[in-house]
Structure formats: structure tokens, C-alpha cells
Design a protein around this ligand. Structure first.
Ligand SMILES: [Zn+2]
Length: 504
């Protein structure tokens, strides 16, 4: 018997979507997928809830991927763990040959995101520990359940092809997808659907978020006594400061679409020692990768200037990068039809009240939960970044978000870790898995749809030909978050759910 995290909220996941609108009933393949998802709603919730309590940040998704591997293998999928040089990179697939349709998503938590579910007060389960304050835990359940439902339909109706899932590590550090793309995972994939939690069912098309380049600049100088012989020193932290000031002088001359932010990661030793080492970590973003790269190249020139002014040297280390997501209108239109057919979950009055109380306590607009999906075209380009953007420039991509969040509760703050294991989340996952499964079935059973998406992609993606930001010798940062996880895992272990989810 699986133990799903039982919230105080009443709401049966099994009933969500039990009454199907006529448009969905018309297609018995989708009908079978929907029945499979309803039947497995508790298993899906068990996966997502377990991953929540694992609370593993990027590259440390050890327990999360172990659970997913076990669940998916038991469900008949072939699972590869550790591809492209990353131990927590998981690729699962069922079937053979084309068409090959892949779900692209992530399951990592955030540093310092630990929070007691359903508490309106900041109450970490383990003080200082990582946790799911973006709800990526839900991606594990939704992607797995949807892929399983597609598999059931493929077997029952002899649908040829392959359904795959790519769980990429460390989305929060935009650290893995350029490596997964470089390793060739998407070479024989016909289309992908990029999956993310949100407050409503939605899709979109065009360029949907921002390009980002993350690099660490380290300056090397010479130590000397700050009072006795400072003239013998070369101050590496002066170089850091001058780089920061230099970029601020540049800001006026950049196009308004740019974003740039930094953290000084090495700022000296003690005041009476001229520091021989200084370090500053930059993120540069823009609406397109060439635009971000143009600003980045100027940033490197500023580092050169700062080194010249201070008599120091510098090196620059690539940290991460992400292309903006390029989403197919053709696939978006297909997804939207399934969104409109499945519809939003039927929230109980108790869930709506919970959401309103939560919004009130968090000082957000008191609007409750969304009851209608987003219309096609409603979604605008955001200034955030996701490294799955790289995937969308090498294969036609659709985007899908599902309603497992409370409106107004922004991610990357503890509030967002209050609801990922609630009945609100569970019901949103059911709706999301249904739309996802139905959209994959559309792509697998309609060669015209895949061909149209490909033709559109050949035009749209060629407007800005993809180039990888990865230096040729770049290796995945597999030690990301390792120290933190080693510190907190023993205390976090007490909260693990002893689940063995099995689809049926
Ligand atoms: Zn995310």
C-alpha cells in the first residue's frame, strides 16, 4: 500500500476528470489514457510527494531518480540513468522507432527551500535544507503517469513509435541540457513536450522566455601587507570592483531587453592583506541568445580592462547557459485542443477557501484558484530562463503547464513549497497528465501534425541558428550542491515517505 502525503484538504484525486467532455470521448485512444491516469492518480501523487520530501537540488537527485527508475522499469520502460556524464540524468523510453516523442522536464529542488507543507508560516522541515519551492516534484509524477498512459494506448491500439521522458538534472542552475543536447539524445526525436508546473493549464508559441549565460570570473593578484608595503600588492578584489563598476557604466548603452546580475563570490581575506584572489559570478540575459552573447562579449572586455587597470590576471569559467524556449505554434494548437477538452480540475469549496486564506496570509491578491485554462496566445515571453530552451532549437517543441500552484504565489520563495503535496497539486497533476498524454497520442498518431510541426520548425529555428555555448572541453558540474546535500540529507531522511509506486 502506498502512502501518499494526505493533506487536510478533502478532494479525491480519483474523481478529478471522471466526467469527460464529449470532445475527449470521441477518441478512444485518449479515453484509455484518461482512464489509466484516473486509475493511477494515487500512484502519480505518491511519486510526486516522495520527490517533494527527498528535496534534492540539482545534480543530487539521487533518491528521486532511483524512485523514478524503479517505477518506470516496473511499468515496462527501458531506463538509462547517468547519461551524458551526469549520474542523475534519467532517460526512459517505451516502444521502438519513429515517431519518437519525448517529454522534457526536471525534478530538482532549490537550496534553502525546506518548508512544512500546508503551513502558512515559514516552517522549514529541516532548517537551511533544500526543498521544492518551485514544485518540480510534481513533474516526476505527471511525466511518468502520462508516459505510462501513452504506453497503455500504444499497446492496446498498436500505435507504432517511441514515447520517451528526459528528466534533466539541475534545471535551477540551468546546468544540464546543453550537455544532453550535445550528447545527441534528441537527434532521432520528432517532437518534444516541455512540461512545467504553473497555476493553470496553458501552452504557448514563439520565443517564450529568456536566453542566459552564466560565467565566473576569477582575478589573480599578489598579496602584500596592507599597511607596510601595499605598493607591492596587486589587488584582485579591486579588479572585481572595477569590473562591477565597468559594467554599470555599460548599462546605459545596452538595449532595454537585457538583464545582468552578479554575486561577488570571493571578496578578500582580511583588510590588512592585499587579496591575491577575487571572484565575481555573472548572469547575462536577453530576449535572444545572440543578443545575450553580444552583452556577454562586452562583459569579457570589461574583465580584461579591470585586469589591466589593476595589474592582475583573470580567467573565466563557463558555468551554465540556456537558450530561450522556442515553441511550435502547430504543437501549441494541438495541445490547446486537449487543454480545452480536459479542462481545469473541479476545485472543492474547501480548496478555494484554502487558496484564498493562503493568498491573504501571504499578502497576495485574494483571487482563489483558477477555474479556466489560459487561452492560446495569452502567454507572453518571460524574462526567466530554463536550460530546456536548448532542446527547443534542435527539435520541434510544445510547452505545457499544469495547474498545481496557487495564483500569486511566486516560485523561489518558501511559500511555493506550501502546496506541492496538497490535493490542489494532486488534482492539477491529473489534469496535466491527461493533456500531456493526449497531446503525445496526437503526435504519435498524426504524421501530418508531426510533418507540419517540422516544416514550421525548419523556418522558425533557422532564423537564429543554434550554437552551443559549451566550451569544447566543458564537463557537467556534477558536484553542484553536493556539500549542502551531504550536510542536510541525514536530517531530511526522517521525512522520506516509504513509497513504492506501481502503475497498473
Ligand atoms: Zn522550474
Amino acid at each position: 500500500m502506498n502512502r501518499t502525503f494526505t493533506s487536510i484538504l478533502i478532494g479525491s484525486v480519483a474523481l478529478a476528470g471522471a466526467l469527460l467532455p464529449p470532445a475527449a470521448q470521441a477518441d478512444e485512444r485518449k479515453q484509455l489514457a484518461f482512464e489509466t491516469i484516473d486509475r493511477n492518480a494515487a500512484e502519480m501523487a505518491a511519486i510526486s510527494d516522495s520527490i517533494f520530501f527527498f528535496g534534492e537540488p540539482g545534480m543530487q537527485e539521487v533518491e528521486s531518480t532511483k524512485l523514478l527508475k524503479g517505477t518506470l522499469e516496473a511499468a515496462g520502460f527501458r531506463v538509462e540513468l547517468g547519461g551524458a556524464g551526469m549520474p542523475t540524468n534519467l532517460w526512459a523510453e517505451f516502444g521502438s522507432g519513429r515517431p519518437k516523442i519525448a517529454i522534457v522536464t526536471e525534478i530538482d529542488a532549490l537550496p534553502s527551500g525546506s518548508q512544512t507543507p500546508l503551513s502558512f508560516d515559514h516552517a522549514p522541515l529541516v532548517a537551511g535544507a533544500p526543498g521544492h519551492m518551485e514544485g518540480h516534484n510534481t513533474h516526476g509524477g505527471v511525466a511518468s503517469a502520462a508516459a505510462f498512459a501513452v504506453k497503455q494506448a500504444m499497446q492496446r491500439f498498436n500505435i507504432p513509435g517511441t514515447v520517451a521522458i528526459s528528466f534533466g538534472p539541475a534545471e535551477e542552475q540551468i546546468a544540464s541540457r546543453p550537455f544532453i543536447v550535445r550528447a545527441g539524445y534528441f537527434k532521432d526525436v520528432d517532437a518534444v513536450i516541455v512540461l512545467h508546473i504553473r497555476e493553470t493549464l496553458s501552452t504557448g508559441y514563439g520565443v517564450q522566455n529568456y536566453a542566459a549565460i552564466s560565467s565566473i570570473f576569477t582575478f589573480h593578484g599578489k598579496t602584500a601587507h596592507g599597511a607596510v608595503n601595499p605598493w607591492d600588492g596587486k589587488d584582485a578584489v579591486d579588479a572585481v570592483e572595477l569590473m562591477d563598476i565597468g559594467f554599470d557604466k555599460l548599462r546605459e548603452h545596452l538595449r532595454p531587453t537585457y538583464r545582468a546580475h552578479r554575486t561577488i563570490t570571493v571578496g578578500g581575506i582580511q583588510p590588512n592583506i592585499i587579496p591575491d584572489r577575487g571572484q565575481i559570478w555573472w548572469f547575462v540575459r536577453d530576449a535572444s541568445m545572440p543578443a545575450a552573447k553580444t552583452t556577454y562579449d562586452k562583459l569579457v572586455k570589461i574583465a580584461e580592462g579591470a585586469a589591466l587597470m589593476t595589474g592582475t590576471t583573470y580567467d573565466v569559467q563557463y558555468a551554465a547557459s540556456a537558450w530561450p524556449q522556442l515553441a511550435s505554434k502547430t504543437i501549441a494548437e494541438a495541445i490547446q485542443k486537449n487543454i480545452d477538452a480536459v479542462g481545469m480540475p473541479k476545485w472543492t469549496e474547501e480548496e478555494q477557501k484554502f487558496a484564498r486564506d493562503f493568498q491573504k496570509s501571504a499578502d497576495r491578491p485574494v483571487v482563489g484558484l483558477r477555474t479556466a485554462p489560459a487561452a492560446l496566445g495569452e502567454r507572453q515571453q518571460s524574462t526567466s530562463s530554463n536550460d530546456n530552451g536548448d532542446v527547443t532549437w534542435v527539435v520541434p517543441a510544445g510547452l505545457l503547464t499544469f495547474p498545481s500552484s496557487v495564483p500569486g504565489i511566486e516560485y523561489h520563495e518558501w511559500h511555493a513549497a506550501v502546496t506541492p503535496v496538497s490535493s490542489i497539486s494532486h488534482k492539477g497533476q491529473v489534469a496535466g497528465a491527461k493533456v500531456l498524454a493526449a497531446s503525445i497520442i496526437d503526435l504519435m498518431t498524426s504524421p501530418e501534425l508531426v510533418a507540419k510541426a517540422r516544416a514550421e520548425f525548419e523556418v522558425e529555428s533557422k532564423r537564429i541558428p543554434y550554437f552551443s555555448l559549451l566550451p569544447p572541453d566543458a564537463k557537467p558540474p556534477v558536484d553542484l550542491n553536493r556539500t549542502e546535500m551531504e550536510k542536510f540529507r541525514p536530517d531530511m531522511r526522517k521525512f522520506y515517505l516509504s513509497n513504492t509506486p506501481r502503475f497498473n
